[in-house]
Design a protein around this ligand. Structure first.
Ligand SMILES: NC(=O)c1ccc[n+]([C@@H]2O[C@H](COP(=O)([O-])OP(=O)(O)OC[C@H]3O[C@@H](n4cnc5c(N)ncnc54)[C@H](OP(=O)(O)O)[C@@H]3O)[C@@H](O)[C@H]2O)c1
Length: 228
């Protein structure tokens, strides 16, 4: 897609990756709206929206409000998520939280965006995680939530392609953003090392968007990203 002038909503713009993606997209000349649990830092007259991912109706409403403010929508980027680790993550309450924030809320944003993206021939881009490809011990519920989102994106892609909408699933490895320190339960298992850094991931996402790719994945053995 042509990023210059693309009317774009970044959801999770208070987060490290969401904020970095918003900044990089702004530099490419997209027209931004930002959404976060609290108000993200915007520039100039960029519209800002707030939501809680546990309120799925509000998630959908944010998309319509942003599309109204931007005069349409060419790109939705979803970068919300929470982690949980170990035995403390394996409860019904924590699992429901992970599944809601990591899978159901992004799906609610995506469903609400599809009519707007169909109109513009736009792109739906979401960050799932390498855990969708490599479910990891000590992160069973977290892996399941990311696999759920990735499966939804994979199944949605061919269905919406006929309407001219592209779907990008970004599955990064561990990146030091502090996400693990903000886990809703448990602490990160020993020995999990960062596979990438924020700037490299952001560069890969922008390249994938420009080239209308379907996936950004990470090969742990080679230590390299691949665009699918
Ligand atoms: N960092 C990694 O190693 C890594 C690896 C693979 C995938 N990812 C994924 O990348 C995405 C961004 O993560 P990050 O590393 O940038 O972490 P982050 O800085 O903690 O960002 C997480 C974002 O999710 C938002 N969020 C969490 N719970 C929410 C809720 N109930 N309602 C609304 N927003 C909520 C946060 O809002 P607040 O600012 O209000 O907390 C924040 O904007 C996540 O989906 C994460 O799973 C990260």
């Amino acid at each position: 897609m042509d990023l210059s002038g693309a009317r774009t909503l970044v959801v999770g713009a208070t987060g490290v990756l969401g904020d970095a993606l918003a900044g990089a997209l702004r530099s490419e000349g997209v027209v931004l709206a930002l959404a976060g649990r609290s108000a993200p830092t915007a520039q100039d007259d960029e519209p800002v929206f707030t939501f809680d991912a546990l309120d799925l109706e509000r998630c959908a409403a944010v998309v319509d409000e942003a599309a109204d403010a931007l005069g349409g929508l060419d790109l939705l980027v979803v970068a919300i998520g929470v982690a949980a680790f170990g035995e403390k993550a394996e409860t019904d309450v924590v699992t429901e939280h992970l599944l809601t924030v990591n899978a159901q809320a992004p799906m609610a944003f995506g469903r609400a965006a599809l009519p707007h993206l169909t109109e513009s021939g736009g792109t739906l881009a979401m960050i799932s995680a390498i855990l969708a490809d490599v479910p990891t011990p000590g992160m069973a519920a977290y892996s399941a939530s990311k696999a759920a989102l990735s499966a939804w994106l994979t199944a949605t892609r061919p269905a919406v392609r006929r309407q001219g909408v592209r779907v990008l699933d970004v599955r990064p490895p561990h990146i030091e953003t502090g996400l693990a320190d903000r886990a809703v339960a448990g602490t990160v298992p020993d020995g999990i090392k960062p596979g990438s850094d924020v700037d490299t991931l952001v560069g890969q996402v922008l390249e994938a968007l420009r080239a209308d790719r379907r996936t950004v994945t990470f090969d742990l053995r080679a230590g390299e990203y691949a665009l699918g």
